[in-house]
Ligand binder design. Structure first.
Ligand code: FE2
Length: 290
């Protein structure tokens, strides 16, 4: 069987914006209504040495209808939610939160100086799961498998099953018994200069790469830094080659949901009526009621 590599069909460059109480970030997916890749709704990159850019954090706010995945590279954040959970986000750690019916939480810096860097990804839920109970899980860096690449570099497997040099490696999320319906693969790949990384992508799944250090190309197409490179669906693998300075990128793939989607701020539902219900529930204090 021959492998066909996917090529880049669209590049969504990140736009500088701010969210929460004034946290500066770069938004690629989700920067426009049509800049998405089902089931991925939004990708924010944050990275700064200036506390003024992050210190105000994300005070208490709601979510309904999807999942948020926060991946810290540098810095220290604290999550608190309406259930009384307190989460500690530290370098190399991941928080996987399923808002489901509703979460009200805050995400605040636990540092007043130094570097803060990482990503927040939003993954949609199908209609049948939008109102399921909220759930979250914190994973520290030592719970995330790191696999050395024979050509030079490494892969951190955050979600799904990676296949690297003939070896299957499961991330802590979407593996074993605990499979998500969107079946996400979430890898953080670092390549040495000139090294190539090839990985299978399941038929019918959507996939994208996001370079955040160095430079890399897919099938001869250079990928700009801080941009989501959406891959076409015609192919069963992706092949990324690093440039002369090496590269570091996220590789995401998932099963599309294929349902109508309506977003209003932190609520992502199937219809306008469901958005109005979410707003009503939030205002009346029943967003998170069981
Ligand atoms: Fe949030």
């Amino acid at each position: 069987m021959t492998t066909r590599n996917r090529s880049v069909k669209q590049v969504i460059r990140a736009l500088a914006t701010s969210d929460g109480a004034g946290v500066k970030l770069l938004r690629s997916l989700g920067s426009r209504q049509d800049a998405r890749l089902d089931p991925f709704l939004m990708l924010d990159e944050f990275g700064t040495d200036n506390p003024d850019d992050y210190i105000a954090g994300f005070p208490s706010h709601p979510h309904r209808g999807f999942e948020t995945v926060t991946y810290m590279l540098d810095g220290h954040m604290e999550h608190r939610d309406h259930l009384g959970n307190v989460g500690d986000l530290r370098p190399g750690g991941v928080q996987w939160m399923t808002a489901g019916r509703g979460v009200i939480h805050s995400e605040m810096p636990k540092q007043s100086e130094g570097r803060m860097r990482g990503f927040q990804l939003w993954i949609n839920l199908p209609a049948a799961e939008k109102m399921k109970p909220a759930h979250y899980r914190d994973m520290q860096a030592d719970e995330i498998p790191v696999v050395a690449l024979p050509q030079g570099g490494q892969v951190k497997v955050i979600a799904g099953r990676a296949r690297i040099a003939g070896q299957a490696v499961d991330g802590p999320i979407n593996s074993g018994e605990e499979r998500l319906s969107t079946d996400p693969l979430y890898l953080d790949v670092r390549l040495d200069a000139g090294a190539t990384f090839e990985h299978p992508v399941k038929a019918g799944y959507n996939a994208f790469a996001y370079v955040f250090e160095g430079d890399a190309s897919v099938d001869g197409t250079a990928l700009p830094t801080s941009a989501a490179a959406l891959l076409d669906t015609d192919g069963d693998a992706v092949r990324v080659t690093a440039g002369g300075a090496g590269a570091r990128f996220l590789l995401l793939a998932g099963r599309p949901i294929g349902e109508p989607m309506v977003q209003y701020g932190p609520f992502v539902m199937n219809t306008r009526e469901e958005i109005e219900q979410a707003l009503h529930d939030y205002r009346s204090g029943t967003l998170v009621a069981s």
